[in-house]
Design a protein around this ligand. Sequence first.
Ligand SMILES: [Zn+2]
Length: 283
Amino acid sequence: MKKTSYCLQLPVATEIPLVFDSPHSGIQFPQDFRCQASLAALKTGWDAKVNELWEEVLEEGGTLLSALYSRMVIDLNRAPDDIDPDLLAAPWALCKPTKYSDRGMGLIRKLALPDVPMYDRPLEIEEVLQRLCEIYHPYHQVLKTRLDDLCQQFGAVWHVDCHSMKSTGNKMNVDAGERRADIVLGDNDGNCCEPGFVEMVKTSFESLGYVVALNKPYKGGYLVTHYGQPLLNRHSMQIEINRALYLDEAKFVTNDNYQSFKRDLGVVISNMATYVRAKVAAA
Ligand SMILES: [Zn+2]
């Protein structure tokens, strides 16, 4: 297995306390990774190009952290103990499965797609521990350190957890079969981010002509609920982008709208940076 599991890109302009993370845009697999699902099935969980879509944040003084490995190896947007015990070859007291594990998409996926199992064998606890130690914990450690350092330095920090979503959910999703909005913002019903930041991002997208939904169908996963603590001036928000806006969803290559959509995201990034600079200056 490779030593580095993430890519940390630091600001190329005067630093501000704005941190983006993209936990599902990786598509590498460890050399010793074995599963029975096809690569086509594995790719369906890939938030392709999401890290590239948001890279302009570096020019505004923000930070960008991206995963290198596929979420199908281990999902960075899950609690480290969100494990379905049925996946394992032996009982493990650590397992605390949540609604995600119940749907086959916990920390370690049981299903690649509805009715498509990931594995034809039980997993050894050692395999899970190896993925936690070599992929999961390093990513969370670097994110936590970055958020801690910036919050200490500036008195507050804004964290944006970046994803993309299928234009229509499948059977494993809570909104199976429904067409989705262009953009879904998740702040766990106001519990992980101050409302002003969310409102500013919502208005930014709407001014550009996009349809924005709030907390539906996604309220925000483990990353924002774990790191967002608005009462401590630590704000986390999830952004889901409808893949049809920038991707050929069947082929996982960018479509003709990619560049113009990325330019629009540049406007949103610029608005976020202006907001953060103003908040820090007023503190
Ligand atoms: Zn995602």
